[in-house]
Design a protein. Structure first.
Length: 283
């Protein structure tokens, strides 16, 4: 079957176009033997702005020399737009190969159109040697197929009233569902300056490191003020009492491997040799 035939087929495999829950897709993913989609994963949820946020993150990471995969929906012209690897839409043959692998693994487990696409993206990403995978949530978050993956960073762009039949009534209920993409002790980036309290409660309950408009430099990244102003980060000792980098009390952001431990070491490129140092931000 070609891609068009496959898409016609998977639209008919499940009696519902939307069937929230992770049990079925997790079972099939287990049979597929799916591993980690990339060295780092960012999941983007929210009511509005998800697609543009994915595009911004993808562009920034690729400009820094990272190899990036992006999974978004819906598509505008062709299904291939949903799966990008290193800035290029996946080819028909690659998507068909992923669908064939999923079909062989699913047995009698029914999957929705979106679940098929999500598994196909993860299957392709795992084989693409990616530095970063960016996953756009389809609906809600907590029970969305993309939440099969544990992200290193979760983003909630905005929370508004949408899909109340599936997510509950009002921003508080909907916020709780969208906050389900956050993970314990991992960053949760919020685009709302006044998010629903349900989002903040959930983040607090699991220990997620919340970053919100106007509060980044005073919350988990107190050294961010220094970098914003100067492009340099304060360093801490690397070995022994009072050890410092050879540049003194500050080091280039990000530091070279083994130079020193910076306040934001996880921002280092996984392929440091290809890193392009960012310019200092100005207010």
């Amino acid at each position: 079957m070609n891609l068009t035939q496959w898409l016609d087929r998977i639209e008919q495999l499940h009696p519902k176009s939307i069937d929230m829950g992770l049990e079925r897709i997790a079972a099939v993913a287990g049979r597929l033997g799916l591993g980690r989609a990339a060295r780092a994963v960012i999941t983007v949820g929210g009511t509005n702005g998800k697609g543009s946020t994915v595009a911004f993150i993808e562009a920034i990471a690729r400009a820094a020399g990272w190899r990036v995969g992006a999974y978004t929906s819906p598509h505008l012209l062709t299904y291939n737009e949903r799966l990008r690897i290193d800035g290029v839409d996946a080819e028909d043959a690659a998507i068909v190969a992923a669908f064939e692998a999923i079909e062989a693994a699913r047995g009698d487990t029914p999957l929705t159109y979106f679940e098929y696409g999500t598994l196909a993206a993860l299957w392709l990403f795992e084989r693409a040697d990616l530095d970063l995978a960016i996953l756009e949530v389809g609906l809600g978050g907590r029970l969305d197929a993309t939440n099969l993956v544990d992200p290193d960073v979760a983003v909630i762009t905005t929370v508004d009233v949408d899909h109340q039949d599936y997510l509950g009534e009002g921003r508080e209920a909907i916020g709780h569902e969208k906050a389900g993409i956050a993970r314990a002790w991992k960053p949760l980036v919020l685009g709302d300056d006044d998010p629903p309290s349900s989002v903040l409660r959930h983040a607090y309950a699991i220990g997620a490191k919340t970053l919100r408009i106007g509060s980044i430099s005073s919350s988990i990244f107190p050294a961010a003020r220094v970098w914003i102003a100067t492009g340099r980060m304060p360093c801490c000792p690397v070995s022994g009492a009072g050890a410092r980098s050879d540049t003194g009390s500050t080091c280039r952001f990000p530091p070279s491997a083994g130079q020193c431990n910076c306040a934001m070491p996880r921002w280092r490129s996984p392929r440091c040799a290809r890193w392009s140092a960012p310019r200092p931000m100005t207010r």
